[in-house]
Design a protein around this ligand. Structure first.
Ligand SMILES: O=C(O)c1cccc(C(=O)CC[C@H]2O[C@@H](n3cnc4c(=O)[nH]cnc43)[C@H](O)[C@@H]2O)c1
Length: 215
């Protein structure tokens, strides 16, 4: 059994680390979950039901909702949730919880959110920000404003909430780290910093993983 399960949506996002995985002598297992909440939830449930490692880490790129945060900077996620599960009607978004489906405080939910209330975000030494997970990448200004105001979101990904949900269900210490590849709503891919964000993520993982393995 490894000491740490490192998951990422795609192999590409953590390729530099995968190339040197041997340095951890079998203590770190990599799980490539696939893109999006559904694939991530299924991959994690399948893997964790075979025996959950004592520490869970998710790493990847993300969109950034705050232009004060530089691209290629790396953050730890304090809280995540599903941003687009519900209905948008008359310019107003209502979540499935708002519509009366499910209990927003039934575990692993807490107020309809999936906070990381372990010590790991703070221990990482990274800026801790809130995130929102979506199935449709945001390009609409009203939607982006809603994620900023209702969620306090600074990061947008397509898998974080599935990871927080699974980790909270299995009661394992967990940490989600994200490097900003783009500002959300930016459609000009030449302005994205994919290569730079993956390199920055890798530099953080290089110090973070030994730190987590020493806990
Ligand atoms: O083609 C596009 O417009 C496009 C926009 C955002 C992301 C992609 C990807 O193919 C990457 C998917 C991957 O990266 C994470 N990610 C990165 N930026 C964002 C974002 O602005 N909003 C949501 N997710 C983002 C995501 O977690 C995926 O795993 C293509």
């Amino acid at each position: 059994m490894p000491d740490l399960l490192l998951c990422s949506a795609t192999a590409f996002e953590i390729q530099p680390l995968r190339d040197r995985l041997g340095v951890y002598g079998g203590r770190v297992e990599v799980l490539i979950t696939g893109v999006g909440l559904l694939e991530t939830a299924f991959a994690l449930a399948t893997r964790l039901s075979e025996g959950a490692p004592p520490l869970l880490l998710q790493a990847g790129i993300a969109g950034c909702l705050d232009e004060a945060c530089p691209l290629a900077s790396v953050v730890a996620i304090g809280s995540d949730g599903i941003g687009d599960l519900g209905v948008r009607e008359g310019g107003r978004f209502q979540s499935t919880f708002d519509l009366g489906f499910g209990d927003p405080d039934a575990a692993p939910w807490q107020g309809g959110r999936l906070p990381n209330d372990t010590e790991l975000p703070a221990l990482s030494g990274l800026p801790v920000v809130n995130a929102v997970s979506v199935s449709t990448i945001s390009t609409n200004a009203d939607t982006i404003d809603h994620y900023r105001s209702a969620w306090g979101a600074v990061a947008e990904s397509m898998e974080g909430a599935a990871f927080h949900f699974a980790a909270r269900k299995w009661s394992r210490p967990f940490l989600q780290v994200r490097a900003f590849s783009n500002y959300i709503g930016e459609r000009d891919k030449s302005r994205w910093q994919l290569r730079e964000s993956i390199a920055a993520l890798d530099r953080q993982l290089e110090t973070l993983i030994p730190q987590l393995l020493s806990l």
